[in-house]
Design a protein around this ligand. Structure first.
Ligand code: SF4
Length: 455
């Protein structure tokens, strides 16, 4: 095996993706009154983002690790929309009137499984209760299979409702791979939907891909990368297949024998990363790519990117209000997650209570580590004097133990510990989760790691 193959085997441990710190397994039961207070105390002039979760899907893609409710009953979806509208009203009663919103994102599940009328009612209620800024980013995740059959009518309606960004789920364009994961979506369908969205004037189009799926090889995925490059999306997310059958039992239907080995999976990832960089994209973090003129690339170069549950973001107000089943809010210094079962979610809403299940208030130490992990994930570096300015602590003194843990990665040429900064090398960029984990106090203390593998 080559040196890089050895490294891949060594670093392929269970590790978080760091869309939050502390990560979700550390969150516990939390008082609803705390959440109320965070919302009530917010300064209305400080913009926040909204995340709306629509959990329904028509059928299960075998790789899926999202919070999904399989459903083909329109009445069930209408029941959910009504509860969601009530939840929006409950939250709006808690925040100060006129609270500014700079970003709205609809995720799932499959948000476009809802009808145009249902989506439009949700948007209307959001705009009624909140002060959505004129230049707000309003985005939605789209399964092309839900908008391909109507000659663009639904896509046009989304544009007219005010959505200005779309994210298309593609995963892989190869038919054998699609068959193996039970998600059939021809490239022709993806291309037509993509071009329709372009012609309708969506200002940003993302494409989501997954590497490490059954039947994938470097060659098949290189073709996928070339096809996606030919469309010229503004952003590409290239996620690792998160194999967590203990949490998502439907994944057991994918035989291990069809999955690429760890070394092959990394080779697929590495080749795809090179393909997107050669195609003119800036690599952001381990798994995101932004076109040269995309604001995300500009923010990456100026080291002003931020990270939240959806990945990378431009928006400076960090607060995010999550609405809907399982959705997560971040308010000032705390994470709050909604209930995960539909019945429990409905019973809270019916009692006019926020449907909160668990959360965590960050300690001072959590804030310091969250800052360092976020800078590493966003900038591939941490400036030690910036840390000192922010927390009034010497970086090297404060993180002595973490720097010891980092030594192994320094020896492998993944990162440098200079006097002024921690700098991740080009090789280390592909292992950024491993490097960031040296600053994760909880991970170091726990043997139970319910995360997917790093590669
Ligand atoms: S991958 Fe997307 S469409 Fe497929 S089951 Fe998961 S959320 Fe639904």
């Amino acid at each position: 095996m080559s040196e890089i193959d050895d490294l891949v085997q060594k670093l392929n441990v269970n590790i978080p993706r760091y869309t939050s710190y502390p990560t979700a397994p550390q969150w516990n039961q939390i008082e609803k009154s705390l959440f109320h207070k965070k919302l009530q105390d917010r300064d209305a002039a400080q913009p926040m983002s909204l995340y709306i979760h629509i959990p329904f899907c028509h059928s299960m893609c075998l790789y899926c690790a999202c919070s999904v409710v399989l459903n083909r009953d329109p009445e069930k979806e209408e029941r959910y929309v009504q509860a969601l509208l009530q939840e929006i009203e409950l939250a709006a009663e808690l925040v100060k009137p006129g609270t500014f919103i700079n970003q709205i994102h609809f995720g799932g599940g499959t948000p476009t499984k809802l009808s145009v009328g249902q989506l439009s009612r949700i948007i209307e209620v959001l705009y009624y209760h909140f002060n959505v800024l004129g230049d707000a980013e309003v985005s939605i995740e789209i399964d092309p299979r839900t908008v391909a059959a109507d000659e663009g009518i639904k896509l046009r309606s989304l544009r007219e409702m005010g959505f200005n960004r779309v994210s298309f789920g593609v995963q892989d364009t190869n038919e054998e791979v699609q068959e193996a994961v039970k998600r059939r979506q021809s490239f022709d369908m993806t291309k037509k939907t993509f071009l329709k969205a372009r012609s309708l004037g969506f200002s940003g189009i993302n494409i989501d891909l997954i590497y490490g799926l059954p039947c994938q090889t470097v060659d098949t995925f290189t073709t996928t990368v070339e096809q996606i490059n030919s469309l010229k999306p503004d952003r590409i997310a290239l996620f690792s297949y998160a194999k967590v059958p203990h949490i998502k039992p439907h994944q057991k239907a994918i035989p291990d024998s069809l999955l690429p080995s760890t070394v092959d999976k990394f080779a697929i990832y590495k080749r795809a990363r090179e393909g997107f960089i050669q195609g003119g994209y800036t690599a952001i973090g381990m798994d995101h790519f932004a076109a040269e003129k995309d604001p995300l690339a500009e923010r990456f170069h100026s080291k002003t990117l931020l990270r939240n549950f959806q990945g990378y973001t431009l928006y400076s107000g960090e607060d995010m209000l999550g609405l809907g089943l399982t959705s997560i809010s971040f308010m000032t210094d705390g994470y709050f997650q909604n209930r995960k079962e539909l019945d429990g979610y409905y019973s809270s809403i019916d009692c006019r209570e926020v449907p909160l299940e668990r959360g965590l208030i960050l300690t001072d130490e959590d804030h310091k580590r969250r800052y360092v992990i976020n800078r590493l994930m966003c900038d591939f570096s941490v400036n030690k004097s910036d840390f000192k300015d922010k927390f009034d602590r010497d970086f090297d003194d404060h993180f002595e133990g973490c720097l010891n843990a980092l030594n192994e990665h320094i020896a492998d040429g993944l990162v440098e510990n200079r006097d002024e900064a921690i700098i991740v090398t080009k090789k280390g960029e592909m292992f950024i989760r491993n490097i960031a984990s040296c600053f994760d106090e909880y991970l170091q203390k726990t043997a139970n790691r319910p995360y997917s593998k790093a590669i």
